[in-house]
Design a protein around this ligand. Structure first.
Ligand SMILES: Cc1cc2nc3c(=O)[nH]c(=O)nc-3n(C[C@H](O)[C@H](O)[C@H](O)COP(=O)(O)O)c2cc1C
Length: 362
């Protein structure tokens, strides 16, 4: 069987060597207080540069966008310099890399926020679970609703962060509109109870997202801007009452922008991808979206090829398999066995579980 993953693809004028995308994955290896990418992080991405496209771990666009200790930002000079190490390493290996622009919204804590203020969202919401702070693990707090001034400042912050990403040598940016973080908090009617022009109708709830896209497009050409969405809720208690209507509206409207890609993230297990492919939301949005589409979540060589063969997606992103298989492209090419990732070192452990996964010999 022909392996369609290995076919090249152009996103605007960006040529990708294959259709294998490394999914964005937070690894929390940047040191405080700078929270800049370092040599070890550059080595991690260099090892994985045979992916057609790497999407970096989420990178906070502002101090307020921060919620995960060790997550590298993109709003200071030192952070731009740190990311330069990464983009240089990936480009030396002939890879392509986009930076994921992230504002965590309510998934933070006053101990992680500027001026020790409460984290922000569209409306007051309280995420379930705990957050790691400098004073240990704490339950999430109730976020406060952003003021109109903060909303406008955050839109500007996204634009500045996108420019910073280009200064740092990235080939483009992916806006993180998924997983119930700030942008998604505005989109979902379960989390957005605002009564101003950013709440209520879906036109209003998606205004924040489209204002961010339009701000970034003032500075970057459209083929350097992608968007990640997760139309099916991934976090407990954070959802939309009619996702197909809500995200269908957004995806339809995205057609007017001609972005580099739309990246759909789904929580699917490998068994589900193979045995119940009809559970995927991708075919629904494929019918609406006219541009390049990335599917992510639970993919295997087989499920990826099936989707490409049916033209349901143009690119397939792999997350966990890229953690434990730096040479994933080669392994998918030769149908070699994949190493299993070690969960304990996903978010900490220094070099261990980060840059010490072996490649196949030969
Ligand atoms: C350790 C880890 C960190 C992640 N961090 C991010 C992130 O920063 N941004 C994001 O959009 N998704 C993030 N994700 C989700 C992945 O991009 C991907 O959607 C998920 O792992 C499912 O794909 P997979 O089954 O191929 O692993 C993360 C996943 C893992 C395992």
């Amino acid at each position: 069987m022909k392996n369609l993953l290995l076919e090249p693809l152009s996103l605007g004028n960006i040529s990708l060597n294959n259709r294998i995308v490394m999914a964005p994955m937070t690894r929390r290896r940047a040191n405080p207080p700078e929270l800049a990418a370092n040599d070890m992080i550059a080595e991690y991405y260099r090892q994985r540069a045979s992916a057609g496209l790497i999407i970096s771990e989420g990178s906070q666009i502002s101090p307020q966008g921060f919620g995960y200790t060790g997550s590298p930002g993109i709003f200071t000079k030192k952070q731009i310099e740190g990311w330069k190490k990464v983009t240089r390493a990936v480009h030396q290996e002939k890879g392509k890399i986009f930076l994921q622009l992230w504002h965590v919204g309510p998934y933070s804590h006053l101990l992680l926020q500027p001026d020790a203020k409460a984290p922000v969202s569209a409306s007051p919401v309280k995420p379930m679970g705990e957050v790691l702070t400098p004073a240990g693990r704490k339950p999430y707090e109730t976020a406060r609703a952003m003021t109109n001034g903060e909303i406008h400042q955050t839109i500007l912050d996204f634009g500045q962060a996108a420019q910073n990403a280009i200064s740092a040598g990235f080939d483009g940016v992916e806006i993180h509109g998924a997983h119930a973080y700030l942008i998604d908090q505005f989109i979902m009617d379960g989390t957005n109870k605002r009564t101003d022009e950013f709440g209520g109708s879906i036109e209003n709830r998606s205004r924040f997202l489209f204002n961010i896209i339009e701000e970034i497009l003032k500075y970057l050409p459209k083929e350097k801007v992608g968007l990640r969405l997760s139309p099916k809720s991934v976090k407990p208690g954070m959802e939309d009452s009619s996702p197909e209507k809500t995200y269908g509206y957004i995806v339809e409207k995205l057609n007017d922008y001609g972005l580099a890609f739309l990246h759909l993230s789904e929580m699917m297990k490998q068994e589900e991808r193979l045995n119940f492919p009809e559970k995927s939301i991708v075919p629904f949005y494929r019918k609406i979206y006219k541009g390049s589409l990335i599917s992510c979540g639970g993919h295997t060589l087989e499920s990826a090829n099936l989707m490409l063969e049916k033209s349901q997606a143009d690119l397939i992103a792999f997350g966990k398999p890229f953690i434990s298989n730096p040479d994933l492209v080669k392994r998918l090419n030769t149908n070699a066995p994949l190493a299993e990732p070690v969960k304990e070192t996903f978010y900490h452990g220094g070099e261990k579980g980060f840059i010490d996964y072996p490649v196949l010999s030969g």
